[in-house]
Write a protein that binds this ligand. Structure first.
Ligand SMILES: C=C(O[C@@H]1C=C(C(=O)O)C=C[C@H]1O)C(=O)O
Length: 249
């Protein structure tokens, strides 16, 4: 009998990542849109002969260095770059107690990159170009990695739910019944509480209590944060949960 995986402690990680993600969005919002950061073949090609975007170049370099520090041997970390482009760690492998079912692991970072660059960046930044391409890409990488951790943590949620009711899940998995799996993993009350908490946090962070008002430059629009979770983060987390279950047996 597989060991119980405590869903409440898993959910507390998701709550903590809300703060990380809101603060990383606030940091990114300090700079202009700097659309050239995301354009393949813009200045990154002139400068580096790199065919992708400046962000992709910075992301690859960051992930290659972090891969040497064993980042991607952790079961809650998934790279945006191709695994074949990442070097082996310089540190010896850590012996993790296997929690996730390895063949069921899925990587949806391409979808995270798409919604972040096409929807979120334009929603939290002022239009224009302030030439801060280094800071822009650095803040983008921090935000993308935090959102990636949050979405892929859905596999731990899924494993916990699976272990708590294996028989019910096995029936739906064997029937490839996606609708039933979606219904089994969906907790509307958890989602509703999360969106309310998120709105409160985003409204509060960046406030200067001593001045009684908000530091306008230190904030992101709480509605954008709520929309990001409602329309992208939560649906993608649930997709990860279902895709994980479909490959669980
Ligand atoms: C993450 C969970 O699974 C689903 C996804 C949620 C989310 O992404 O916030 C919240 C509740 C569930 O619908 C959970 O049950 O906590």
């Amino acid at each position: 009998m597989a060991q119980v995986l405590d869903l409440n402690s898993i959910r507390s990680v998701l709550v903590r990542l809300e703060d990380t993600i809101i603060f990383s969005l606030i940091e990114r919002a300090q700079f202009s849109r700097n659309a050239r950061t995301y354009e393949p073949g813009a200045f990154a090609t002139e400068l580096l002969g790199w065919q992708g975007s400046w962000l992709e170049w910075i992301l690859l370099g960051t992930e290659q260095f972090q891969s040497k520090a064993r980042r991607y041997q952790s079961p809650d970390e998934y790279p945006f770059s191709k695994e074949s482009d990442l070097p082996e760690p310089v540190l010896p492998p850590l012996e993790y107690e296997p929690v996730l079912h390895e063949p069921a692991i899925t990587n949806v970072n391409d979808k995270i990159m798409a919604f972040y660059t096409h929807d979120i960046v334009p929603s939290i930044t002022k239009s224009g170009d302030d030439l801060n391409y280094g800071s822009t890409a650095t803040r983008d990488v921090e935000t993308l990695q935090a959102v990636s951790r949050r979405v892929h943590y859905g596999m731990f949620v899924s494993e916990s739910k699976y272990r708590a009711d294996t028989e019910t899940f096995n029936k739906a998995i064997k029937a490839k019944d996606v609708k039933t799996l979606e219904s089994l993993i969906t907790k509307p009350e958890v989602e509703a509480a999360l969106l309310k908490r998120l709105e409160r946090k985003a409204r509060h962070y960046g406030q200067d209590e001593s001045q009684g008002g908000s530091l306008h430059d230190m904030k992101v629009d709480p509605e954008v944060v709520v929309r990001m979770y409602r329309d992208h983060v939560i649906p993608l987390t649930k997709q990860v949960e279902v895709e994980y279950l479909l490959k669980r047996l």
